[in-house]
Design a protein around this ligand. Sequence first.
Ligand code: ADP
Ligand code: MG
Length: 763
Amino acid sequence: MLVAVVGMDTSLRTALGDKTARPLARQLELETVGDLLRHYPRKYIEHATVTHTSEREDQRFRPGEHVTLLGTVEKVAGRRMRHRKGHIVEATVSVGAQRFTCTFFNQPYRERDLAPGTRALFSGDLSRYRGGWQLAAPEFIVLNAGAEAQLPGLIPIYPATRKLRSWVVMLAVRQVLDLLDEPEDPLPDTLRATHGLASLGDALRRVHLPDTREEEREARRRLVWDEAFGLQLAMAGRRASATTRPAPACPRRDDGLAAAFDARLPFALTGAQRSVGESLSEALAGEEPLNRLLQGDVGSGKTVVALRAMLQVVDAGRQAVLLAPTEVLAAQHARSLQAMLGPLGRAGELSDDPAADPEHATRVTLLTGSLGAKARRQALLDAQSGAAGIVVGTHAVIQQGVGFADLGLVVVDEQHRFGVHQRDELRSRSGPTTPHVLVMTATPIPRTVALTLYGDLDISVLDELPTGRKPIATTAVPAGVKPRWLERAWERVREEVAAGHQAYVVCPRIGDEGGEPGEQWPEPPAGDLLDPEAPGPDEFEEALRKLRPPDEEEQEEAARPPLAVTDVGPMLAEGPLAGLRLEILHGRMPTDEKDAVMRAFSEGRVDVLVATTVIEVGVDVPNATMMIIMDADRFGVSQLHQLRGRVGRGAAASSCLLVTEAAEGSPALQRLERLAATPDGFEVSRIDLEVRDEGDVLGAQQSGRRSGLHMLSVLKHGDLVAEAREEARAVMADDPLLARHPGLAGLVRSVVGEAEAAFLDRL
Ligand code: ADP
Ligand code: MG
């Protein structure tokens, strides 16, 4: 069948016919011409110059890997097999300096097909054979002189499967490109001119069939722009839709709680805390909703900044809510807010403290799933009546239908997860106004990464630690090689305790029922106030998640189960730490028990706390000066950085030991050593992303998930993302529904998916 005109939306069945289209759909989920053309080559073989690259290539080969190689047959021989019945043909194929043996069983005619000097593309699975590489029964196509001349200067190699060879994809792409009508370019001409971007048609042709590396680079730059721009338009749109309704204005008062709080602060704010505070204060005073990401390294004092913002809101007669990812953290936040506020946070309670001025006091109410029925009723009442100026709770609970008298500010302690939907959900519930939103991230991420992931938020950074902070002396302890170091570590714990200090021992696993990871974020609640029709966690978030540093669930399974709190605790109590007051803490303990342990530790009644990552964020016990992290290689480096931030919070010097059985010189140990060498959270997240970033280009595709993010890399494309963000904001300011930019609306849909693009109809 001949098709006159093929567009990006044309189905591959129409364009190529059933026979060719079926495997593309089955194997790679490619349904339309656009899908196929956005299935970019993984790499290219420079068939003129393979000699130079092949040696290096070899080091990257792995047994079992599926490869496509362009090579020349050097010699070929067929023979009967000696120990088995049957015939075998062995061809030695050279790819530059590298040789491969291709073997064929009971196909004697292969000897004729592959006469010495034949050039062919081979595709098959690698295995080791007599110290070299073998392709057993590979598929191949012989390139006669004519065919090879027809090959582009760079031969594209596609993500392919055993059942669908790279060249089949290549041939399909060529066919489609021959038929393709010049696609309409979603990017406005002016934008393309400003940034020197190729047209969509040219970029697609050149990414698939480039003649030179330069052409390929230019094509990719244009196509990455599409992704970055689509993403940033979605972010800008989200931002616009979050600001359509006014926020409750919360002007600053000089004679209120905030001022009273500042007056009794036991320390001077850092310059960064003061300037970020100032800008938050200004924004809260206005009716344009604040949408701010507050970044800062562990210990930079984010909580104080957030609390001062909350107090301004309370001063304006409204309420603030602080959302934490886990119950333990919510309880800990509530406790530390109460401690910081002192009498200012005990409104309505009997107090003989003369400093307590009833005019300037509020109440901090904790609301978690495990409150008893009575306490819960009271907490809900306090939130509803407005008696609680500050409500602290878990995402899960707060989302399940808490009414507020007058919600002015939502503070989200975001930890690792991307909480776009949670934020939207709370926003959508607050009637004619939309509350201000302040997101605190515990993991500092480079600005360019933040722009990619949080493009809808403005960013404030606390780039200064309070004075007098002692650096945390971090050491990697390879316990496998140096068992004596570990013994010494326990001695040091005893020394710290003897000096009146406390210590944490962190393990990756709880134990008992086995296998379960430590603390988890609650699943988003399915029912209640959530609109059943609302999109669930979708492809877009999935894709974004892949751009983020790994969290604990995603870390690789290792051979031995990770050490567990319930094993290590008793082991230490009976062994090296006998006689010390030791308690364990993990997320499966009943809440009141967890609470009691945490309180006892805070008050210095426990010397050593053996815990999961439940203590990762927010836990604030300045007297704790030592942390030992067991199986440290099982955690991501950003997470380790958060964990060690639990010590070094007081005046005394602190230390953190990263215990691992990873072998000397192994990447795992090197990672820990790099972490030990730097105190800087931004540097840490860079290390994390580097580890992560390999192969991110096709990550979404390989997992079988379809998303519009194929090429965008948070590390590589930072500058480009920043430019795309500027352009996106300019476009959205002018045309928030993209009514005059139908091409861009289509781009947003293709990059972030229908669900995320819903803002286009929502305004
Ligand atoms: P983060 O949440 O950014 O890790 P916190 O807000 O928990 O940091 O602050 C860490 C510790 O430092 C807390 O004990 C807090 O009271 C204290 N702190 C905050 N700001 C200052 C400051 N400007 N000077 C001295 N100590 C401070
Ligand atoms: Mg904190």
